[in-house]
Design a protein around this ligand. Structure first.
Ligand code: FAD
Ligand code: NAP
Length: 331
C-alpha cells in the first residue's frame, strides 16, 4: 500500500495548517488497514479523511493514516427504498450526486459538504434541516488497538446535533470502514430553511440539490481560495428562560425553538453582534460573509487559529453569557 515519508500535510487539511507526518499511509481496503494497524506500535496516529473538520495544532506527527477505500454497493431494494453500502474513502458530495442520479433520495440537502463518507457519522453531518444519521442503518469500523470489526446500529451511534458516540466513548479508537444507508425512492423535499424554497426552480430533488449548491457557493468560502474548516463553533442550545432574557436585551436575537423546548441560537449572529465578522489579524481572521467560519489568510498555524477561537469564545461569553463549543477536532 502507498507509504509516503516526511509528507507535508498542508494539502490534506482544508485550513491549510502547516504540519508534517513522518509516515503517511493511504489505506484503500480493510486488508491494507489491518496490515498497517498490525505494523504500528503506537495506535494513537492522526486519522484523516478529507481534513475538512480538523485543526492541526501539532506540527510534526509520527504517523498519519488516510482512509481512501472506494466502492458503492446495492445491498437490498424494495418498492420504497434501497439499502447501500459505501466505503469510507468515497467523497461525500460524490455520493450525494451518485444517489440523486440513481433516484435514491434523502441526501440532497447535504450536497457540497466536503470530506469523506467515513467521517460523516463522526459529527452526524447536517445542513438545511437534514442530518445524515437519519439515513444510516449501520456503521462498520475496525478497532485501532485490537483490529476487531465493530458494527454500530443507528441507535448505538447515539446521533445528536453535530454529535455521535464517535466523538465521545469511541473518540479516536476506531477507523470507520463503511456505512450502510437506507435511501428513499420517493422524493423527500425538506426546504423550510431561509432562502432554500425561493432558490428552487421547481419542487424536484434535482432542484433542491441545485439550490443547496447555489446557496452554499454564494455564502460559504471555498477552502481552496480561503482556507477554512466550515463552521468553527456549534450553534449553542440554551434553556428557554435564558433565551427569553437574551431576547429582551437583544430584540434581533436569532433563535430556533427545538423539539424539547430548548432554544438553538445562531452562533454566527452572536459573533456578528460581538463585532467579530470580518475581523482579521496578519495571519487569521473571521469570514466577512459568514462569521462562523474562521479563515487562515496568511500561513497561520494551528495555534493562531485556536488563539483567535479563544478570544471569540471569551468575548461571546462576556457579552451574552453563552459558551461556544469548537466544532472541528483538534490534534
Ligand atoms: P476529517 O476532517 O478528515 O476528520 C474529521 C474527524 O473525523 C477527525 O476526528 C478524524 O480523525 C475523523 N475521521 C475521519 N475519517 C474517519 C474514519 N474513516 N473513521 C473514523 N474517524 C474518521 N459539516 C457539516 O456537518 N455540515 C456542513 O454543512 C458542513 N459544511 C462545511 C463547509 C466547508 C467549506 C468546510 C470546510 C467544512 C464543512 N463541514 C460541514 C465540516 C466537514 O466537512 C464535515 O465534518 C466532514 O464530515 C468532515 O469530513 P472529512 O473527511 O474531511 O473529515
Ligand atoms: P443559514 O442558512 O444562514 O442559517 C444560519 C443558522 O440558522 C444556521 O446555523 C442554522 O442552523 C439556523 N437555521 C436557519 N434556518 C433554520 C430553520 N428553519 N430551523 C432551524 N435552524 C435554522 O446558515 P449557513 O451558514 O448558510 O449554512 C447553511 C447550512 O449549512 C446550515 O444548516 C449549516 O449548519 C450548514 N453548514 C454547516 C457547516 C459546518 O461546518 N458545520 C458549514 C457550513 C454550512 P444549523 O446550523 O443548525 O442548520
Amino acid at each position: 500500500m502507498p507509504l509516503l515519508n516526511n509528507q507535508g500535510l498542508i494539502p490534506l487539511n482544508t485550513l491549510a495548517l502547516k504540519a508534517k507526518a513522518r509516515r503517511l499511509y493511504r489505506v484503500c481496503s480493510d486488508a491494507e488497514l489491518l496490515q498497517v494497524l498490525d505494523a504500528l506500535q503506537e495506535k494513537d496516529f492522526l486519522l484523516l479523511g478529507g481534513g475538512s473538520n480538523v485543526v492541526l495544532q501539532t506540527e510534526a506527527f509520527d504517523v498519519c493514516v488516510q482512509q481512501c477505500s472506494k466502492g458503492i454497493r446495492l445491498l437490498d431494494e424494495d418498492q420504497d427504498s434501497v439499502t447501500i453500502e459505501v466505503a469510507a474513502g468515497e467523497g461525500w458530495h460524490d455520493l450525494v450526486s451518485y444517489c440523486l442520479q440513481q433516484g435514491w433520495h434523502g441526501l440532497e440537502n447535504l450536497a457540497l459538504i466536503p470530506g469523506t463518507v467515513g467521517a460523516a457519522p463522526i459529527q452526524n453531518i447536517g445542513a438545511y434541516g437534514v442530518e445524515v444519521g437519519a439515513f444510516i442503518e449501520c456503521v462498520s469500523a475496525i478497532d485501532r488497538q485490537r483490529g476487531e470489526v465493530h458494527v454500530f446500529t443507528q441507535a448505538q451511534c447515539q446521533f445528536a446535533y453535530r454529535d455521535s458516540v464517535f466523538k465521545h466513548a469511541f473518540a479516536d479508537r476506531l477507523v470507520i470502514t463503511a456505512l450502510q444507508l437506507r435511501l428513499l425512492k420517493n422524493p423527500v423535499i425538506v426546504s423550510d430553511y431561509a432562502g432554500l424554497q425561493e432558490s428552487m426552480r421547481d419542487s424536484t430533488p434535482q432542484a433542491l440539490f441545485d439550490a443547496v449548491i447555489a446557496l452554499r457557493q454564494r455564502k460559504l468560502p471555498d477552502p481552496v481560495l480561503l482556507p477554512n474548516a466550515g463552521s468553527f463553533f456549534k450553534n449553542p442550545i440554551i434553556s428557554a428562560e435564558q433565551a427569553q432574557d437574551l431576547a429582551r436585551e437583544y430584540p434581533g436575537l436569532v433563535q430556533y425553538v427545538q423539539a424539547d423546548g430548548r432554544v438553538k441560537l445562531a452562533a454566527a449572529w452572536l459573533l456578528d453582534k460581538a463585532g467579530w465578522k470580518g475581523y482579521r489579524n496578519e495571519k487569521v481572521g473571521v469570514h466577512a460573509q459568514q462569521a462562523l467560519v474562521l479563515i487562515n489568510h496568511n500561513e497561520g498555524m494551528g495555534n493562531d487559529i485556536l488563539a483567535l477561537a479563544r478570544s471569540i469564545q471569551q468575548s461571546v461569553a462576556a457579552t451574552f453569557g453563552v459558551n461556544l463549543q469548537v466544532e472541528p477536532r483538534i490534534y
